[in-house]
Design a protein around this ligand. Structure first.
Ligand code: SAH
Length: 454
């Protein structure tokens, strides 16, 4: 090579892209893997070092890795039309208002004597809490009885959104707003009446995927694919309908991550397989998605509601996708409101799994009475959906706005969609007298009540 040509090469070299400085990225530099997500790199490193990981580890890392996890990374829009999924409180204010009315009815049935503590698990953008609090602020007795609002939220990005949304309302009413990393950071205080809400929270908690075999329960794990340089394939990206039966939770052979069955039962597969009598009755070949984290948190919630078996220390409402049975193939991922493969762009997609409400009931049975789950449609209708919609329409500025109000409310109760897919379960601290039907699911006439508008 002549000197001149060599010099030309050097000059062009100054325009080459900089080599990545980050440790993990550097290791993959030049291997064709630079474009993989930060979480996927960590997962591949972990698998290389210690072998296949559980679905629980996968979900934990994808959603909650301290900096790169889906909920932790502020560059993920998460909720709303520009995000990856939309939730009921983001669709219509009526949802949060009617949940707020249910909570208030619990406090009223308990005699209204105690101060109120409100707790929300996974408050997202704070919209649901804001709608509930506006209801509380309309009733002078409840407004002055409310003292503390605890938000259980691990994501600093979400916390600041919640603070911006809820801070002014809390301040103007003299309510103390605080954030907690976990439910068990909230002290037990039976002198107050504790009202807990968890909407679309349990579906984001890690689960283990088990399969019943001739040798007992074995765990399905995630290994690295045979071809490390393959792109993560996007398989069967379905439309916005929630028909996830058409989307396999197993990646194709070309993917960097793939599902494998552990060769023998593991400690967690044996233990979790025994954790519900329902699982023991399932035939060989069955799969179950089991979330020990959900079991633990449901119990912690029930502990907050439990006083002494004579009087209740509070009530909770759990609203989520699922039913009172175990699921085996409900794990799915969302990106831009579409279902995508669960191994697609780890850390950049929402991951969700159906909630087994019967498992939550099994967790709380000695501490709380449980009611439902009933469908979201039934719950909202009983709580006075139509009356509230009519009141909102009566003050709407034009026909377009009236149509929007109607449309949003009908989405929430659509019998072929959200109305039947989402379920509502109530928990009440165990006490001597069984709650009446009216106490569990009251029929509320809102015509004479709140006229608040968001
Ligand atoms: N309830 C809200 C948002 C649901 S999204 C709504 O209905 O709009 C899930 C929420 O739970 C987010 O705020 C997320 O950051 C939070 N979250 C997820 N896993 C969590 C965990 N293990 N502990 C606490 N919060 C969690």
């Amino acid at each position: 090579m002549t000197w001149a040509r060599n010099r030309g090469l050097l000059r062009s070299a100054t325009q080459w892209p900089r080599r990545p400085q980050n440790g993990t990225a550097r290791r993959y530099y030049g291997t064709g893997l630079e474009h993989i997500t930060a979480v996927e790199k960590i997962l591949l490193d972990t698998i290389k070092a210690t072998g296949p990981i559980s679905y629980a580890q996968y979900m934990q890392m994808c959603l909650s890795h301290p900096t790169a996890g889906y909920y932790m990374n502020p560059s993920n829009a998460v909720l709303g039309s520009r995000g990856d999924f939309i939730t009921s409180p983001e669709i219509s204010q009526v949802f949060g208002e009617l949940l707020g009315v249910w909570l208030l009815s619990q406090w009223m049935h308990a005699g209204q004597a105690r101060k109120i503590r409100l707790v929300e698990l996974g408050p997202g953008r704070g919209t649901l809490m804001h709608d509930m609090l506006r209801v509380f602020s309309q009733f002078p007795a409840a407004r002055s009885a409310t003292e503390e609002i605890h938000l259980v939220e691990t994501s600093p990005a979400m916390r600041s959104t919640q603070e911006a949304k809820l801070g002014p309302l809390a301040q103007s009413n003299g309510w103390n707003l605080s954030w907690r990393d976990a439910v068990d950071d909230i002290p037990h205080d039976a002198s107050k009446f504790t009202l807990v809400v968890a909407h679309e929270f349990f579906d984001a908690l890690p689960f283990h995927l088990l399969q019943k075999t001739e040798r007992g329960w074995q765990e399905l794990l995630i290994a690295s694919g045979p071809d490390h340089t393959a792109p993560t394939t996007l398989k069967g990206a379905a439309g916005p309908s929630l028909d996830f039966s058409s989307v396999s939770s197993t990646a194709t052979l070309a993917a960097r991550l793939r599902q494998v069955l552990s060769p023998t039962p593991t400690a967690s597969s044996t233990l979790l397989g025994l954790s519900s009598p329902r699982f023991q009755k399932l035939p060989v070949g069955s799969r179950v998605e089991v979330s020990p984290g959900s079991f633990k948190i449901a119990r912690q919630v029930a502990e907050l509601l439990h006083e002494d078996g004579v009087r209740s220390a509070g009530s909770a409402l759990i609203v989520d996708y699922g039913g009172d049975r175990a699921y085996g193939n409900s794990f799915r991922a969302f990106k831009y409101h579409k279902i995508v493969d669960v191994f697609h762009r780890p850390g950049e997609c929402d991951l969700t799994v159906n909630v087994d409400f019967a498992y939550l009931q099994e967790a709380v049975t000695d501490l709380a009475s449980h009611h439902g789950p009933i469908t979201q449609a039934l719950f909202l209708h009983r709580m006075g959906l139509q009356a509230r919609v009519n009141a909102l329409k009566a003050t709407a500025k034009d026909d377009d706005r009236k149509k929007q109000i109607d449309h949003a409310a009908s989405r929430l109760v659509d019998p072929t969609g959200m109305g039947s897919q989402y379920k509502v379960m109530a928990l009440m601290g165990k006490r001597e007298a069984e709650p009446t039907e009216e106490e569990r699911w009251p029929f509320v006439d809102l015509r004479e009540q709140s006229k608040s508008k968001r």
